[in-house]
Design a protein around this ligand. Sequence first.
Ligand code: ZN
Length: 326
Amino acid sequence: MHPPPAGPGFVLRSLRAGPGFVLRSLRAGPGFVLRSLRAGPATAAFIALALLGAAACSGGEPPAASSSRVQVAAAFYPLAWVAERVGGGNADVIDLTPQGAEPHDVELTSDQVVAVTQADVMFYLGGGFQPAVEELASGMGEGAVDVLGSEGVEFVGEDPHVWLDPLRMLGIVEVVAGRLAALDQGRAAAYKTKAASLTRELEALDADFRAVLGHCEQRELVTSHEAFGYLAESYGLVQVGIAGIDSAAEPSPQRLAEVARFVDEHDVATVFFERLLSPRIAQTIAEETGAATAVLDPLESRPQAGDYTAAMRLNLVALEEGLGCR
Ligand SMILES: [Zn+2]
């Protein structure tokens, strides 16, 4: 496995050192430009050396024997999970969104940039969801794979949360498996088998969501941020988000009042919130209206325990109780 060529012509621009070090523009070969990169603890010299190293290495040295596993970078947890499952023991996967971090507008550290330049492939979700990742991807050519546009994976409006619908994940599984098989043809059959097994797991998850959510007293899904639009659409629910699609956005007092009125008028029993975000806004509405609160995991970073399927099953239990499904 070999890093993609960074090419000659490496230029470092607008570099500010010292505390709060920010790398504004980095050119490493034709078309490869990085802007607004928060560099973290690594020094600029280190990044420069790493990228130059990758460039030098592209001259045709044979790959090291130790790197027989495919090196994969994934922009955030759901993509990392698919790569881990399909890659099995044949891929090393790094997740660019740390556990507990927000993937919307994630910033990359210098170490992560180096790791991505040395990976065989990076999987990401485009469409403006993670601009720093897209900027990095724009200089990687074939080495970066945008899962947006794979079968069933299209945004409705600007909503990026496609991974919260198990069936939309199937297109991502196919794209990841196809690329791993192309990179590592000797193990193509293994990737295909693992992708088929993951597909069955996601189809079973979808069937359970369909069965449980088909019989609920309430169809109004009031959530702290609008992450569950695709899930709601797939299973016949109506999402009412307190904050918008971008979880960083704070709702206005007017919006809080509107949602509280909605909760009252529709006798909504449960207001859902997320662990990553402050539960305050959901609690405010719950207190005002007498509704209960419950947690939904938007799976935007690695769950505290278990994996995607386990977290989705916990979500289903929370929905079943909160919406009165029986
Ligand atoms: Zn989100």
